[in-house]
Design a protein around this ligand. Structure first.
Ligand code: NOJ
Length: 745
């Protein structure tokens, strides 16, 4: 052990402060260098039991360490505190409030002298509830994502949490998969940008400043490729697909300094991710240089037995730690069996020490040794709840996507509006799958509240649920005196998120009857579609005069949606997934690789010509494609060009606002390698830019794309060959005029 301390000190010698570092004293601003010394000093004084304790995250209520609460349920039980003092666990999952946080930290600090990581899923809500991540991704707005995470960090601390299990970086190509709600959509570039922004927001510039929390990039990796879109199902992928589609967001998160990483539940090419050293060691540690901590997902070490790759807990723990898992979440085979496995030579002491190092390093980076307690007054002083709610409203309005508008929106006054559907008046249904679900915290802004607050003349009737029957006569009666009908459609958020895959993406229940009834009266219909995933609604798209896709917009959601409907705000969102026409076309994603027989659609064969890559009964194209979203104005693109300039391809064009309202366009750059060694995606997003334009205004836009981002993986090597590319500078992934550029030798 001494040897290691010397080695660390020696490597510090180049740094100025290193020689004077007293590793047992609090350090103001820890440099990576003195963190390593402190890690070694701490490690060297731990018993094996204490080390193994550091590698276990248990629940506050795990019976083994005694229920955390005493009989009153208010204080922490003495037995639980004793276990914290003895260092039986290194981390807790769950938020229990500041008082309990401080009590358990005090026990840990006074006993084993190592603070606890207290982790929880602070994903899109703490005391403020933002739209679900999939919705947020539709804002295509790096600054917004970072601001939200930065606002969530102190709110999380005030709830007794110093570590969040976010960002979720699973590129999701299949709308059936319930967890599509939790990530940044179907594109690796966008998911990576969003993930890195969230990491920056949660962790800040100085993770140890007491106002930030550790992030956790998950679920490593390719979880979104679960077969059939069924959660936890196996994933089988070519290495090239792994590297081109699923790994890039994780690489970005590592580069952004993400403190921790959580492997996914599923098996990847036959080996569960929690026992997969190719993923956890070869790629994550060796290729990406990740030196933070990994934590298995909830009971995932136990599930190695259920996956039948381990016979018992001892084997499961050995497999996991040998593959590169540092901390075990919930199941307790690390503390229970590793001692024995070390004695038997199945696990090396060095493997355990390295895992403990990764845990300690994370705790030092978080500043927990120096500031183990939360000063509740201080942290709350810095939280501006009103500002955060305003941010949630901004996020809601920027996340919804206007998919159709025949001119009925923005709503004109005076107009008497009939608002229909239980979901239009249901605050709980605004929240989404990872909200804290505590309505007492939030603004509880329903669509009804929002419309009223924005001054609309609105009469609300719940009338129907999304899954139940529809009384057509009652619908007609309710809208009799209305000029415009706004109706809620979609699905409840409980049908998305973890474990909630669906086999049907079509609108459930009898919702379409509502649209039919309104259509029969000839009144204009604005459909507001809620849900945690893309859905298939071609019939509604045919009938509605306008469609606003609202997702699960969060606690201030109703305000944000109404802002867009009334025109107080412009529509800002653009899809980050395709909207499929039918469940059977899934996985449906814009970046699918091309075939030798691409479908061609014409009047005679609207579903595609015979012997092409088509479905006989429905076009294989998206109902609304990735990148798509309308504004309240129109834009014209001209003079598109692509020029190689040094290390970049520079895409330029003129964008003109051809309408009569101010608007913001999201200009997107897609490329396709014309000749390559492997079959390439029909299009890949390589860059985008938001452009704000006054009516009649034209702006020149320039988007530089690094040439080295144009390559692909073949036979384990990142390859970039000279040759020709097609590119589209376009408002979505289906449109645009093809242009060409050449990368010369
Ligand atoms: C299981 C989920 O897969 C993961 O995303 C989450 O962070 C953990 N449970 C902890 O709640």
């Amino acid at each position: 052990m001494k040897h290691l301390i010397l080695a660390a000190a020696a490597s510090c010698a180049v740094g100025v402060a290193a020689a004077a570092t007293d590793c047992n004293k609090p350090q103001a601003a820890a440099t990576p260098c003195d963190i390593e010394s402190r890690v070694e000093a701490t490690l060297s004084r731990l018993t094996l039991d204490e080390k193994l304790g550091q590698l276990w995250q248990c629940h506050w209520k795990t019976a083994k360490v005694a229920a955390s609460e005493d009989a009153s349920g208010l204080a922490i039980s003495e037995k639980f505190l004793e276990n914290a003092r003895r260092g039986r666990f290194g981390s807790l999952i769950g938020k229990a409030g500041v008082e309990k946080y401080n009590a358990v930290q005090k026990a840990a600090m006074e006993g084993v002298g190592i603070p606890l990581l207290i982790g929880h899923d602070m994903i899109h809500s703490a005391t403020t509830c933002y739209p679900i991540p999939l919705a947020l991704s539709c804002a295509w707005d790096v600054d917004l994502w970072e601001r939200i995470a930065a606002a969530m960090a102190p709110e999380s601390i005030a709830l007794g949490v110093n570590w969040t299990f976010t960002p979720m970086l699973d590129v999701a190509l299949d709308a059936r998969w319930g967890r599509i709600a939790e990530g940044g959509g179907a594109d690796p570039l966008l998911t990576g940008l969003m993930g890195a922004a969230l990491v920056r927001g949660f962790q800040g510039e100085n993770l140890a400043d007491g106002r930030h929390i550790a992030a956790c990039a998950k679920h490593y990796v390719a979880y979104g490729a679960a077969q059939g879109g069924r959660d936890y199902n196996k994933v089988e992928l070519a290495d090239s697909t792994l590297r081109e589609t699923y790994l890039p967001p994780f690489k970005k998160a590592v580069e952004a300094g993400c403190a921790t990483i959580m492997p996914a539940f599923h098996s990847y090419n036959g080996i569960p991710c929690s026992a997969n050293s190719y993923l956890l060691k070869d790629i994550l540690r060796t290729e990406y240089g990740f030196d933070g901590m990994t934590i298995s997902d909830y009971n995932a070490v136990l599930e190695l037995i259920r996956h039948n790759v381990a016979a018992d807990g001892a084997e499961a723990a050995a497999l996991a730690i040998n593959a590169g898992i540092d901390m075990e979440m919930v199941s307790s085979f690390f503390p229970d069996t590793l001692k024995d496995s070390i004695a038997k030579g199945i696990v090396d002491m060095k493997t355990v020490d390295d895992a403990v190092r990764n845990v300690l390093r994370t705790k030092y980076r978080l500043g927990l040794f120096d500031h183990p307690y939360i000063d509740e007054g201080e942290i709350k002083k810095g939280i501006d709840l009103a500002a955060n709610r305003a941010l949630a409203r901004e996020a809601a309005r920027k996340s919804c996507v206007l998919l159709k508008n025949n001119g009925i929106l923005p709503l004109r006054r005076p107009a008497h509006i009939a608002l229909l559907g239980d979901i239009s008046g249901d605050a709980y249904q605004m929240l989404g799958c990872w909200s804290t679900k505590d309505l007492s915290n939030f603004e509880n802004a329903t669509l009804l509240e929002g419309l009223k607050a924005d001054g609309a003349d609105v009469a609300y009737t719940g009338l129907y649920t999304l899954t139940g029957r529809v009384d057509v006569a009652a619908v007609k009666a309710a809208i009799a005196g209305a000029d415009i009908v706004i109706a809620g459609f979609g699905d409840y958020w409980e049908n998305s998120g973890e474990g909630n895959s669906v086999a049907r993406l079509e609108l459930p229940g009898e919702q379409l009857k509502v649209a039919e009834a309104v259509k029969e009266t000839g009144k204009p219909l604005v459909a507001v579609v809620f849900g945690g995933r893309p859905m298939a609604f071609p019939e509604l798209a045919g009938m509605a005069d306008a469609i606003l896709y609202a997702w699960n917009p969060g606690g201030s959601g109703g305000w944000g949606l109404a802002d867009v409907l009334t025109g107080i705000s412009e529509p800002w969102g653009r899809l980050t997934t395709d909207m499929p026409r039918a469940t059977g076309t899934c996985p449906q994603f814009y970046s699918r690789t091309i075939t030798g027989r691409e479908a061609r659609y014409d009047a005679k064969f609207p579903n595609g010509r015979p012997y092409s890559s088509r479905y006989v009964d429905v076009p294989a194209t998206a109902l609304y494609p990735f990148g798509f979203g309308l504004a309240y104005t129109t834009f014209a693109y001209s003079n598109e060009s692509a020029t190689v300039d040094g290390d970049n391809v520079v895409f330029t064009l003129d964008v003109k606002n051809t309408g009569s309202r101010h608007g913001t366009e999201v200009v997107q750059v897609y490329v396709h390698d014309e000749v390559a060694k492997t079959v390439r995606p029909r299009r890949e997003l390589k860059g985008f830019q938001r452009v704000a334009l006054a009516p009649g205004e034209t702006k020149k836009v320039e988007i530089a794309v690094p040439i080295d981002s144009l390559g692909y993986w073949v036979n384990g090597k990142y390859t970039l060959e000279p040759g020709f590319w097609t590119a589209w500078i376009a408002p979505d992934s289906d449109s645009g005029k093809p242009i060409h550029f050449e990368i010369a030798k």
